[in-house]
Write a protein that binds this ligand. Structure first.
Ligand SMILES: NC(=O)c1ccc[n+]([C@@H]2O[C@H](COP(=O)([O-])OP(=O)(O)OC[C@H]3O[C@@H](n4cnc5c(N)ncnc54)[C@H](OP(=O)(O)O)[C@@H]3O)[C@@H](O)[C@H]2O)c1
Length: 248
């Protein structure tokens, strides 16, 4: 897959991984749509970037608001005709303990990390199916395979997202649309800056963007990185449940 002349959407492009992927795509001759709630933050980093080859459209979008997603999509269609590659990256995380347990946090996390992707897929599908092409790349996590302490809502949202993406990839095969699930390990971003626990094999957002762009260009079904964290999560996933609960 070459990015030249393609129209690429990145949701959650104001900070972190989305911003880093956006910065790298400025070097490509393509159309980029950058969205998030804080569109002023996107404007800020884009204005600081030099020599962009890409055509850009920056739009305010709250992925938990189905109507906002539909409105933003129609603006994109008006300007570029459609989307070839959708990197559905918007996401939130919050540590939760039995003492701070609060269902509102679960609602926010599920609405953003899972339903936010579903709302975008709903907009993308009709046109991609008509054209029999397109790439949908949701950003899940290597934390999708187990319930990690303090991160139950987050893990549940990413597990739901990965499973949804897997099912969707099978359904869309015959329509010529690819679903590539992105599963990062720990990446240094404003989200992980809040974490108080140790994050093994933490990588920079720029490095994560390299993995993501290479993976999409190779059309890898699962884009997971970095290797030591992939291996660690596979081992944790294979542990018998009784043993995981004992040591977790
Ligand atoms: N960092 C890691 O270690 C790591 C590991 C695995 C997976 N991930 C996933 O990678 C993605 C990016 O995370 P990050 O680490 O780069 O965190 P981040 O720097 O906090 O970025 C999150 C992005 O999501 C956007 N966002 C949040 N809520 C939104 C909403 N309701 N509507 C639209 N956009 C929204 C934020 O923009 P606004 O606030 O401006 O809307 C921001 O641009 C997330 O899906 C995260 O779960 C991260």
């Amino acid at each position: 897959m070459k990015f030249q002349n393609k129209t690429i959407l990145i949701t959650g492009a104001s900070t972190g991984i989305g911003k880093a992927v956006g910065e790298k795509l400025l070097d490509e001759s393509c159309n980029i749509i950058l969205t998030s709630r804080r569109d002023e933050k996107i404007e800020e980093w884009v204005s600081e970037s030099e020599n962009s080859k890409a055509n850009m459209l920056i739009l305010k979008n709250d992925v938990t608001d189905k109507e906002s997603v539909a409105e933003v999509y129609s603006k994109v269609v008006e300007k570029f005709g459609g989307i070839d590659i959708a990197i559905l990256n918007s996401g939130i995380g919050k540590e939760i303990t039995p003492k701070t347990f609060n269902s509102k946090v679960a609602e926010d996390i599920i609405n953003t990390n899972f339903l936010g992707v579903v709302y975008w897929v709903e907009q993308l599908l009709p046109d991609m199916m008509k054209r029999k092409s397109g790439i949908i790349a949701p950003v899940s996590s290597l934390a999708d395979n187990r319930g990690y302490s303090g991160s139950g809502f987050y893990c549940a949202s990413k597990s739901a997202l990965s499973i949804f993406a897997e099912g969707l990839s099978i359904d869309l095969k015959k329509h010529g649309i690819k679903v590539l699930t992105i599963k990062p390990g720990f990446v240094k971003t404003p989200m992980t800056d809040q974490n108080k626990f140790k994050m093994p094999f933490l990588i920079s957002a720029e490095k994560s963007a390299e993995y993501i762009i290479t993976g999409i260009k190779k059309e890898k079904a699962i884009i997971q990185f970095p290797f030591p964290t992939v291996l660690g999560s596979k081992i944790l996933g294979l542990l018998p449940n009784w043993f995981y609960r004992l040591v977790g």
